[in-house]
Design a protein around this ligand. Structure first.
Ligand code: ADP
Length: 612
């Protein structure tokens, strides 16, 4: 049985297969440099196997020498790839040693192909035939060793030192994983490297007549390397599964919090986004997303703001926070709030942008509504000043009107003279015109202020009303250290009313309560607004404060126009409020609380009650 042929060609085939597998891994993932190094180790070993087999079956010294010459080519790649693999995979080994070994091996391979026979022998005088593993093979009988052979011996010794040094460095890291690698890969390579080196050196220096035996030990060390790499691949697979699981968990938590996640990779220029983020931007679940497609969805007016936020974040490395509108193909426009950070490499180049996004359309709408309400309230507030403005008007008009009267009387007197002074008369008429213009201006100004807003009745929930007042006065209450408690359940029936005017009433009542609390010395500072259903025909809203209360003699007068006990009061708030409530078909009255403080109650007929 020819074991030599079977073993050597089998080893070459196995190495070739391993080489192809790892070369494929590298082709699929160009970052996997260790796999490329291992592929070269394996493919070159296949070449070593074939040439070594050639030596063993050669018939003459020349033929043996030629095979040995060609063996140097795969051997060169094999050793260089081992050195690179050790550096990449073990992350250890001295750089200068690596370059020295590569340098010497390069010189050897060049010299090998320049010499008449091969690098190792100047001449081979005879070959011998011997029995080995059941087959007759050819080995070197007698030859003249080249002067430079010591260089190859040195390169082999340096390689052994390089691997040993790398393994020791790794061993010192003390982690279980590092030590296993040091032992398996470092120890494996070293052991079989020494075996191969010793056998070849014995043959070349003519110490023993035997086959070179390079392939078998190198194959075993290759298997050790490949075994470790396969473990890594398996571990990477497990990690990928764990990563996917943790990504799912993260996505679940983000979804529960109403958040979408997104990452932009600067190397691939692609976006990774959770389904929620995709939905917010209106992308299909499996659609490829890049910068252009995302930019295309951002509202044109908001895009510069988003770009600005990202650029400044890249510059300052601070987190970015930006709100913008997106327009989806489904023609929906929504407001999104995004915050996140940018990742830059040590050279300051952008590598990644990651962020979370949240749909804030509803908040934006509420904000806009509150803004609108505030605007309207300001307007309604101006209307409330009607009384004061009326007296201001009277005051301002009395002056030009008085002047006009006096000028008209003077003109009348002049005209009654036989020859009226026309120059004087013209001056008087000019004065009258001027005063008239002034009076006109005063009226015009007032008209502008009083452009009255018609009451607009629509179905209204009392809860909304109370919430509006709470939203608008929360800050005031906090600043004045008053606890403002509003409770109106959504089970209350709807009323028909004007949201702006009724809010104005509630605001008046609450502000009055705060004034009363400020006047009282009591440490209790609380205003409660509560609403209840009265026999389904009306809803009663009570504003209860912990202030001074209302003295019995004042109680009947507080709803009178211009009645005020405050230094800067106008005395119009309660009177206007009562007018508004009564215009809604309701009632507004005041009473004192048994615990001190005042209670203002207003009733509004429900939609159902007013219909029947
Ligand atoms: P103003 O607040 O400008 O005085 P109002 O018509 O709102 O005008 O109030 C009239 C008066 O009613 C107040 O000056 C105050 O004396 C009295 N008043 C109103 N609300 C309260 C309250 N919650 N507690 C005690 N007195 C009140």
């Amino acid at each position: 049985m020819s074991y030599v042929t079977i073993l050597w060609s089998g080893a070459a085939a196995a190495a070739l297969l391993l080489g192809i597998v790892h070369a494929t891994v590298w082709l699929l993932n160009r970052q996997a440099w260790s796999n490329l190094a291992l592929a070269v180790v394996a493919l070159s070993l296949s070449g070593i196997g074939i040439t070594e087999l050639g030596m063993m079956v050669s018939q003459s010294p020349e033929e043996w020498g030629e095979w040995a010459r060609w063996c140097h080519l795969p051997l060169f790649f094999h050793i260089v790839a081992i050195v690179v693999f050790v550096r990449l995979y073990l992350g250890a080994g001295r750089r200068w040693l690596m370059w020295t070994i590569i340098g010497i091996r390069t010189a050897i391979v060049i010299a090998n192909f320049s010499s008449p026979l091969n690098f190792n022998f100047d001449s081979i005088t005879s070959v011998a035939r011997m029995h080995f593993l059941g087959e007759e093979i050819t080995v070197v009988g007698q030859g003249v060793v080249s002067h430079w052979q010591w260089l190859a011996t040195l390169a082999s010794a340096l390689l052994a030192i390089f691997v040993l040094d790398a393994a020791i460095t790794l061993w010192r890291q003390r982690t279980k994983d590092a030590r296993r690698r040091a032992l398996f890969v470092g120890g494996g390579i070293l052991l079989f490297l020494v075996l191969a080196t010793v056998s070849t050196q014995l043959v070349i220096w003519g110490i023993a007549v035997m086959p070179m035996l390079i392939t078998p030990p190198f194959l075993i060390s290759l298997v050790a390397m490949a075994y470790e790499m396969t473990r890594d691949t398996l571990r990477a697979g497990r990690l990928a599964a764990e990563l996917l699981e943790s990504q799912n968990r993260l996505e679940l938590a983000a979804n529960a919090a109403g958040l979408g996640l997104g990452v932009w990779d600067a190397r691939t220029l692609q976006f990774w986004a959770t389904q929620r983020s995709r939905g917010l931007f209106g992308f299909e679940p499996d659609e490829q997303i890049d910068v252009d497609s995302v930019a295309g969805r951002i509202h044109r007016e908001d895009f510069p703001r988003v770009r600005e936020a990202l650029i400044s974040s890249i510059g300052t490395r601070a987190r970015f926070q930006v709100q913008f509108r997106v327009c989806t193909p489904q023609s929906a426009t929504r407001w999104l709030a995004s915050h996140g950070d940018v990742v830059v490499d040590p050279h300051g180049r952008l590598t990644m942008i990651r962020g979370v996004i949240r749909d804030v359309s509803e908040q934006k709408q509420t904000q806009e509504e509150a803004e609108e309400l505030r605007r309207e309230l300001t307007h309604a507030g101006r209307v409330t000043m009607l009384g004061q403005l009326a007296s201001a008007l009277a005051h301002e008009l009395s002056q030009p009107l008085g002047a006009i009267l006096r000028n008209a009387e003077a003109a009348e007197m002049l005209l009654s003279t036989p020859s009226p002074d026309l120059v004087e008369l013209r001056a008087i008429v000019a004065d009258i015109l001027k005063d008239d213009q002034r009076a006109g201006d005063v009226i015009e100004r007032l008209r502008a202020l009083l452009k009255r807003r018609q009451m607009q009745f629509s179905p209204l929930s009392v809860e909304t009303l109370v919430k509006d007042a709470n939203t608008l006065l929360r800050a005031d209450a906090a600043a004045r250290h008053v606890a403002l408690e509003c409770c109106a359940g959504d089970a209350l029936p709807m009323v028909a009313g004007d949201r702006v005017h009724l809010s104005q009433v509630l605001i008046n009542l609450i502000l009055n309560g705060m004034d009363a609390i400020n006047e009282s010395a009591s440490s209790r500072r609380r205003i409660t607004v509560a609403a209840r259903n009265v026999e389904d025909t009306s809803v009663e809203i009570a504003v209860v404060d912990s202030g001074t209360g209302i003295a019995a003699d004042r109680l009947p007068r507080i709803f009178e126009p211009f009645y005020t006990t405050k230094a800067n009061g106008m005395g119009m708030g309660l009177s206007v409020s009562r007018t508004i409530v009564e215009a809604h078909g309701g009632r507004l009255w005041a009473e004192n609380d048994v615990d001190g403080g005042a209670i203002f109650r207003l009733t509004l007929p429900t939609l159902q009650g007013s219909a029947s």
